[in-house]
Design a protein around this ligand. Structure first.
Ligand code: G6P
Ligand code: MG
Length: 214
């Protein structure tokens, strides 16, 4: 079946915000006397806030009561919001605007498939909202990645079959979500590898529609 729709994860794919999520997790761990090195970035990436906290606690051995967890989630989000307070077009990765312009001009339908509650805010501040027919965010789905819900709802709202959609992802949890939804996945990875992705790009710079040939 030919590709008709493109569904983009947001953080770490279109905008350089994954680093701010990690900075906030680092700050939380630090409050509990633990220094998170960069090795913790990948397991915390692309999953819900709540799931990321549980993984952080598991990996570091920090323990929290139920109430402490709720407070920690609030804190993490307020720090994250503090970090993205001044976010603007400069946070959009190189080549993204040109690629979105190109695919829109070629008639592809486009969606955001993110489980972040902050997606709309980021899209507005970076000027990206206008490129998308549909925005699926944390308020629209109940099951976070790696569950396929976010991408299945994306395809449904684009009025396409999942097999007609291609997903752009930077996190393993998101790749698994899209694969379970039976979609092709283009990994976006600065290092050039992403487990499970059908293809991997390191940048959108210079990319054209040939990347959508499967
Ligand atoms: C995206 C990010 C994750 C983040 C999740 C929830 O998937 O990649 O790192 O944990 O959204 O984001 P939120 O802004 O709602 O905490
Ligand atoms: Mg991401």
């Amino acid at each position: 079946m030919s590709v008709k729709g493109l569904i983009f994860d947001l953080d770490g794919v279109l905008v350089d915000t994954a680093k701010y999520h990690f900075m906030a997790w680092k700050r939380l761990a630090k409050e509990h006397g633990v220094d998170l090195n960069d090795g913790y970035a990948e397991p915390l990436k692309g999953i819900s806030r709540k799931d990321a906290l549980e993984i952080l606690l598991d990996l570091t051995g920090i323990s929290m009561s139920g109430v402490e967890k709720l407070r920690a989630l609030d804190k993490k989000n307020s720090w994250y919001l503090e970090y993205i307070m001044d976010i603007d077009e400069s946070a959009v990765f190189e080549g993204v605007l040109e690629f979105l312009d190109l695919v829109k001009s070629l008639g592809y339908k486009t969606a955001i498939g993110s489980t972040s509650d902050n997606s709309s805010l980021i899209l507005e501040c970076t000027g990206l909202t206008r490129f998308f027919d549909v925005i699926i965010d944390g308020y629209k789905v109940t099951k976070p990645k790696p569950d396929p819900e976010v991408y299945l709802v994306g395809a449904k709202e684009l009025q396409l079959d999942p097999s007609e959609c291609v997903v752009f992802e930077d996190a393993v949890a998101g790749v698994n979500s899209a694969k379970t939804a039976r979609m092709k996945v283009i990994g976006v990875s600065r290092t050039g590898s992403l487990e499970g992705a059908d293809k991997v790009i390191t940048t959108f710079s210079g990319l054209d529609e040939k990347i959508l040939d499967f």
